[in-house]
Design a protein. Structure first.
Length: 365
């Protein structure tokens, strides 16, 4: 509960719910994922063995997640679930219900949501309160980043389980897919992200416009609720910049990732980001926003930029001038994924938590 649902679109929670659910089903467990009605035109009853339960949500930015999670919990507490896994600490006040009914609840924490620029005033205060409350619920807590684990330990003296996201290694299979946008392999920079200030798509545009190159910049994504920030993104008219919108087809995303010259990862808030992991698993050369969360993952397998147009421009130019050094970094990134971010290993860590506290969870073979 607490995600938009599956089949997964953008977002770490959705990706995790899908990968965890599919692998648990393969091991013999029964899994249900709660989906927000407004995000799916087709209401599938199941997805590859995972049962899907579609419930509505309030189409207001602040209430979207809370309204759906509340309905999910009201529905779910009447079921004989061994474990309820809730994503996003914004939902922590709602967990009073399953706790009162003595349900086994695990909370997967978000990154530092209150730092996001879209939340101001009461919104920011709510997320700070929800973070505080999540530490006092008396349930197992999961974070996807070692940096977050340290943050919660230092601030709240609370033990949080570290379980990262995973990624699947992939290679290009149909490069002709790029033809629909007039793209050629190795001839574009790529960024896949929601168009929000802390992900820095506008910074990518501003820096790229200053480059002297015939390559393109492809920005995949958008935002559900338009803002002044997104209006500025669409106001830039450089013909080299392509904004194809949201793309949900995994095969198309694979081709975009595997064939880009370099991938720009601008996210600066949150923990381990699945977009960064998948870019690394796809053999991308990554130009990465310089924050601790990203350095924990990418290590020295890419290059970093500050939140400054000049800094990013410098790194874009470095990539353009050092194409012979890119392949080494690409292989380093793939090796990091193989060693630390394998999905089967990730799911095994979830099962360890389930087994330690909840006896029904014995892995089926």
């Amino acid at each position: 509960m607490g995600t938009r649902g599956i089949p997964a679109r953008y977002g770490g929670f959705e990706t995790c719910a899908q990968e965890l659910g599919l692998r648990l089903v393969k091991q013999g467990h029964e899994v249900s994922v709660y989906c927000r009605t407004g995000y799916y035109d087709e209401k599938l009853p199941e997805y590859k063995g995972v049962k899907l339960i579609h419930l509505p949500e309030c189409k207001i930015k602040f209430l979207d997640t809370l309204s759906h999670t509340w309905l999910s919990l009201v529905h779910g507490v009447g079921k004989k679930y061994d474990v309820i896994l809730v994503f996003n600490y914004a939902n922590s006040p709602l967990l009073v219900l399953p706790k009162l009914l003595r349900k086994n609840v695990i909370l997967h924490l978000d990154g530092l949501e209150w730092r996001r620029e879209k939340w101001k005033g009461l919104g920011k205060m709510y997320f700070q309160f929800a973070e505080w409350l999540s530490m006092r619920l008396g349930t197992d807590l999961i974070a996807d980043s070692k940096c977050l684990v340290r943050y919660y330990k230092d601030k709240y003296q609370k033990r949080v389980h570290f379980i990262p996201y995973g990624a699947d290694l992939q290679v290009s299979q149909r490069p002709e897919t790029l033809d629909q946008w007039g793209l050629k392999p190795g001839e574009y920079f790529l960024q896949i992200t929601r168009f929000e200030p802390e992900n820095n798509p506008l910074l990518s545009i501003q820096a790229f416009e200053k480059t002297d190159t015939d390559k393109s910049l492809v920005l995949v994504g958008g935002v559900q609720y338009r803002s002044v920030y997104t209006q500025e993104i669409y106001a830039h008219k450089d013909s080299r910049i392509k904004r194809p919108g949201f793309i949900y087809d995994p095969a198309v995303l694979r081709e975009l990732l595997c064939n880009c010259y370099a991938y720009i990862h601008g996210n600066e808030v949150g923990g381990t980001n699945p977009s960064l992991l998948q870019a690394m698993a796809s053999g991308c050369f990554v130009i990465c926003r310089d924050v601790a969360f990203n350095r924990e993952v990418l290590q020295d397998a890419g290059i970093y930029f500050k939140k400054d147009k000049g800094s990013l421009l410098s790194q874009l130019n470095w990539a353009l001038d050092h194409d012979h050094q890119i392949k080494e970094k690409q292989e380093q990134a793939r090796n990091i994924i193989k060693r630390h971010y394998d999905w089967d290993s990730v799911v095994g860590k979830y099962l360890e938590i389930f087994n330690r506290r909840y006896s029904p969870f014995t892995t089926h073979h």
